[in-house]
Structure formats: structure tokens, C-alpha cells
Design a protein around this ligand. Structure first.
Ligand SMILES: O=c1ccn([C@@H]2O[C@H](COP(=O)(O)O)[C@@H](O)[C@H]2O)c(=O)[nH]1
Length: 271
């Protein structure tokens, strides 16, 4: 999906919500464990109940890799279900990859070509030649970790390098990479106070913002400092939506949580 198509969807749905599909088998309703593929059954029910309220889904691959071949098959079925039934939905493989060039090329092929995701999260730590193989894919986005939502973000990302914080170096330097128009960045919702400065460096880029919901990030603060003329934000919530209920009504409960965020987004977009 192109950036323009994503922006069109945001305007049409009045939503910049991304729902995280982080499926923990111990947290899904017990009756689903009788299904052939409980993880996919859970995702399908969540997608069916929420697709009109969000513009993106973000499965974190850890939650699938943890279940071996069955987990990977559930991931593949989930992305196929989305691409076949909801091609207007933007898809993010939250895999946090990045390696030497030829290995990164294989990661990119796996997520963009084989699985068919629109984007993948990538760690910037190994530098330009580890990221450019992802950027080479047309109409696919590489979402670079900039300032993450966790407390450990302060261990390295805010250290001073060349006179500015490391995450700012990541933002500034990555802008010069080949096909940098295919970059987006991760900034945690828990770091909303940093967004004004971040926007000075990357005014036009899209940001994937996890941390609303279970991690306590605030939607209004993120929008106040992080929104640009094209909205420029994908706000992710995973546990806060998909585990709203662990009973038979789980999908309806997830839809209610998603609707609550979407209606706040519609108000913000109308201002
Ligand atoms: O800085 C980051 C980068 C990625 N994540 C991921 O986003 C979701 C958040 O889940 P919640 O349940 O809404 O807290 C999860 O997949 C993380 O691995 C992040 O939280 N922060």
C-alpha cells in the first residue's frame, strides 16, 4: 500500500487506529482452544468485529514464533485473511529485524514477498546497509525503531552522540538513505513529550506509536505533538483492545474498546 492510499483510508474511516494482534494462548477464551487453529480463530473474530474501526493491524511476530510451525501458519493465515478480505487495511509485521545486507534482504523477502505485509519494523542499530535492503521494496514501508515505549529506551536511545541524542541521530541520518521515502518510525506513546522535537527532524514521516492502553500512553498528548498535515500517525493498541474480555463476548468487547479510540480520533480529526 502506498502512503497516499493509507492517508486516504485514514480520512475515509476517520481513524488512525492500529490494532495489535499479540495473541497469547493463555489469554484467549477457552472455547477457542477446541478449534483447529485457535490463534487464527481468535484473530479472525477480532478482525471481523473491528476492521471498520481501524486502518491497520500489527501482529507482533514473537507471539507466533513462540508456537513454532503452528504459530507461523497462524500468522500466514491471518495476513492472507486480511489481504484477501480487507485489501484496504494496512498491515505491519512487528518483527524488529535487521542484519548484514544479504540477511536483511532475506528478511525483507520473507515479510514483503512471501507473507505480503505492507511494512515491517526494523532495528537501526546495524546501520544503513542493514536497512537499505528493506527500503528497496516499492510501496512497502520499513518502520525504524527511533524512541521506543519501554523504560529501557533511556539506556541507549537518549545517550548523546555527535552532540545530540542517539534517537535523533537515527532520525537525521536515516533521512539520507536511498529510498528513505519508504521509511516510517516507531515512537512510543509514553514518550509524547519528545514528539515536538521529533517533528522538527521528520515533519512529514509517518510514526507508528505503540503504548496507548496497557502501557498508559495518552492519545491526546500524542496527537497534540505528533500529528502533521497528513495525520502522520498510526496509534497502536494491542492488549487494551484484544483482551477487553476473555469470555464469549470477547470480539464485541474488543470492538467497543476500538470504537472508543476511533471516536476520540474522529473528534481530533474534526478539530
Ligand atoms: O517501542 C515499542 C515498539 C513496539 N512495541 C510493540 O507494540 C505492542 C504494544 O502492545 P500493548 O499491548 O498495546 O502494550 C507490542 O507488540 C510491543 O511489542 C511497543 O510496545 N513499544
Amino acid at each position: 500500500m502506498t502512503t497516499k492510499q493509507l492517508i486516504d483510508q485514514i480520512r475515509k474511516k476517520q481513524s488512525f487506529l492500529c490494532i495489535g494482534l499479540d495473541v497469547d494462548i493463555n489469554k484467549i477464551p477457552k472455547h477457542l482452544l477446541e478449534e483447529d487453529d485457535p490463534i487464527f480463530a481468535f484473530n479472525k473474530a477480532i478482525i471481523d468485529a473491528t476492521h471498520h474501526l481501524c486502518v491497520a493491524y500489527k501482529p507482533n511476530t514473537a507471539f507466533y514464533e513462540a508456537y513454532g510451525i503452528k504459530g507461523w501458519q497462524a500468522l500466514e493465515k491471518t495476513i492472507n485473511y486480511l489481504n484477501e478480505n480487507h485489501p484496504e487495511i494496512y498491515t505491519i509485521a512487528d518483527a524488529k529485524r535487521g542484519d548484514i545486507g544479504n540477511t536483511s534482504s532475506m528478511y525483507a523477502k520473507a515479510f514483503f514477498e512471501d507473507l505480503g505485509f505492507d511494512s515491517v519494523t526494523v532495528a537501526p542499530y546495524m546501520g544503513k546497509d542493514s536497512v537499505e535492503p528493506f527500503l528497496a521494496f516499492q510501496d512497502k514501508h520499513t518502520i525504524l525503531l527511533a524512541l521506543t515505549s519501554n523504560q529501557g529506551a533511556f539506556d541507549f536511545q537518549t545517550l548523546s552522540v555527535n552532540g545530540q541524542e542517539l534517537y535523533k541521530e537515527v532520525l537525521s541520518i536515516s533521512k539520507s538513505w536511498k529510498n528513505s521515502e519508504n521509511l516510517m518510525y516507531v515512537v512510543g506513546a509514553t514518550k509524547a513529550e519528545f514528539l515536538a522535537d521529533i517533528r522538527k527532524i521528520i515533519p512529514n514521516s509517518f510514526l507508528l506509536v505503540p503504548g496507548v492502553g496497557a502501557q498508559g500512553g495518552n492519545l491526546q498528548d500524542v496527537c497534540k505533538y505528533g500529528m502533521n498535515d497528513s495525520v502522520g500517525l498510526l496509534i497502536n493498541s494491542s492488549r487494551g483492545i484484544i483482551y477487553a474480555s476473555q469470555n464469549l463476548d470477547f470480539a464485541e468487547a474488543a470492538a467497543k474498546k476500538a470504537e472508543d479510540l476511533q471516536s476520540q480520533m474522529a473528534v481530533i480529526l474534526s478539530q
